[in-house]
Write a protein that binds this ligand. Structure first.
Ligand code: BES
Ligand code: ZN
Length: 426
């Protein structure tokens, strides 16, 4: 069957480069809606392509992807989605080969059955998927210390709740930040531009877009070059994408995960405002495509492993603004690094009046898992005890208004993250 796709299909390369150059010919951010023009431009035939909504920048539906998924989950799905495509497994994990067009139905089935979306890792190559069958290499043991009291105290004074609120508000205005949507590309470009602005005038700071060949949303990386040991790298990251199931679905993602990006953004803002220069290199990251299988962070973390980057520690921020439990901050205890988690607990106790506890996610539920899998020490401070977290995520109701219109809870995570970078990158 011949399928027709909007003319849009022909321009993703342009959209991607639009981010890296200052050119704003298609400036979605300024409210110029180019979709009618694109629609008018007619349709072109793309063999094997899927019919798509105008919001979507489609993949070739015939492209192959591989997923790693819990064997139990895959077994319990018990339908036609997976059966014929098994290409490897061990006691707990199965690897399946799928067409790109099979990803969304599978994610929807996982959401219906397990309230996970998608609850599996997506890989661009079979080799990458098969790596999930072996135990991840343990992170190198290291010592943590707390002795930067004066510097941390001065920087904590600059952390500003309103600044955090403003970013959550701005990012949740996009209809969604889906990894294949026009608005998901525009929101990525906004983060890139905003981080450029924040770091203007600092020659030790660079901002780069990290393109992913399989989808149009780009990750964004801001690097503060270390003054003494620049080869040692401390990573603070959050996923930028949001989802309620597709390009055409409203997904403000205020908590999941504008609230994580807003925390990362606030740390960058405080670094710039204070003139702080770390001894080791800091890398702040806005990961693309987390919601569809940790895709952006997996590609970046695997690349760092391959290049032998000396990552000293990774902090993942995902859902920080919904206070669902008595304690303030919960450290996810699985797929994370226990010594670094203990260090973070000490940072909370030393530098803030907040209280903290531990909780389990039960699966590789966010981007920390990509770093752990690649042998790096990763931690994940979370907004609530598991099960008491924000019930509105992945729906049109994940808004700032639903969280009281303020970044009261995220503010605590911004303080922790500032203390973390200063005590790590010394
Ligand atoms: N922010 C969530 C993860 C999350 C949700 C953690 C609720 C704790 C409580 C994240 O964006 C997400 O949706 N993750 C996926 C899994 C991932 C492998 C795509 C999920 O939970 O299904
Ligand atoms: Zn999510």
């Amino acid at each position: 069957m011949r399928r027709f796709l909007p003319f849009f299909f022909a321009i993703p390369v342009f959209l991607i480069t639009a981010q890296s150059t200052a050119s704003s010919l298609l400036d979605f951010d300024q409210g110029v809606d180019v979709r009618p023009v694109i629609r008018q431009a007619g349709e072109i035939a793309v063999p094997g392509g899927d019919a798509v909504s105008p919001e979507t920048i489609p993949a070739n539906a015939d492209d192959t992807v591989w997923i790693s998924i819990s064997r139990n989950d895959a077994g319990a799905l018990g339908d036609e989605l997976l059966k014929r495509a098994l290409v490897g497994q061990n006691d707990s994990i199965s690897i399946y080969e799928l067409k790109v067009s099979g990803l969304d139905p599978l994610a929807a089935a996982m959401q219906r059955r397990f309230h996970m979306s998608p609850g599996f890792f997506t890989h661009d190559s079979l080799a990458s998927a098969l790596e999930d069958l072996s135990q991840p290499p343990p992170a190198a043991a290291r010592a943590f210390s707390i002795d930067q009291g004066e510097k941390v105290a001065a920087m904590l004074k600059l952390v500003n709740e309103d600044a955090v609120t403003a970013i959550i508000s701005r990012l949740s205005e996009y209809k969604n930040r889906y990894y294949r949507s026009v608005t998901g590309v525009a929101s990525s470009k906004w983060i890139y531009d905003h981080w450029k602005e924040l770091s203007a005038g600092r020659s030790d700071i660079t901002v780069t877009a990290f393109p992913h060949s399989a989808y149009p949303q780009e990750s964004v990386i801001l690097t503060v070059r270390g003054t003494i040991e620049p080869d040692k790298v401390v990573v603070v990251g959050a996923h930028q994408d949001s989802t309620a199931g597709g390009s055409d679905k409203p997904a403000p993602g205020a908590d999941d995960n504008a609230s994580g990006i807003a925390v990362v953004n606030e740390v960058i803002r405080v670094v710039a405002a204070s003139g702080y220069k770390p001894a080791q290199t800091l890398k702040f990251m806005a990961f693309a495509a987390e919601e569809v299988g940790l895709r952006g962070s997996q590609e970046i973390a695997a690349g760092f492993k391959k290049e032998g980057v000396a990552v000293q520690g990774m902090l993942n921020l995902d859902m920080t603004n919904y206070k669902g439990s008595a304690e303030d901050i919960f450290f996810i205890s699985d797929n994370t690094n226990a010594p670094q988690n203990a260090f973070l607990g000490k940072l909370v106790s030393t530098y803030t009046g907040y209280n903290w506890a531990a909780t389990r996610c039960g699966y590789g539920c966010s981007d920390h898992a990509s770093w752990t899998k690649n042998g790096f020490a990763a931690s994940f401070p979370f907004e609530a005890k598991m099960g008491e977290d924000n019930p509105n995520i992945h729906t049109a109701k994940d808004t700032l208004a639903q969280m009281g219109g303020r970044a009261t809870h995220s503010f605590k995570f911004a303080k922790l993250a500032v203390a973390y970078i200063v005590e790590m990158a010394k």
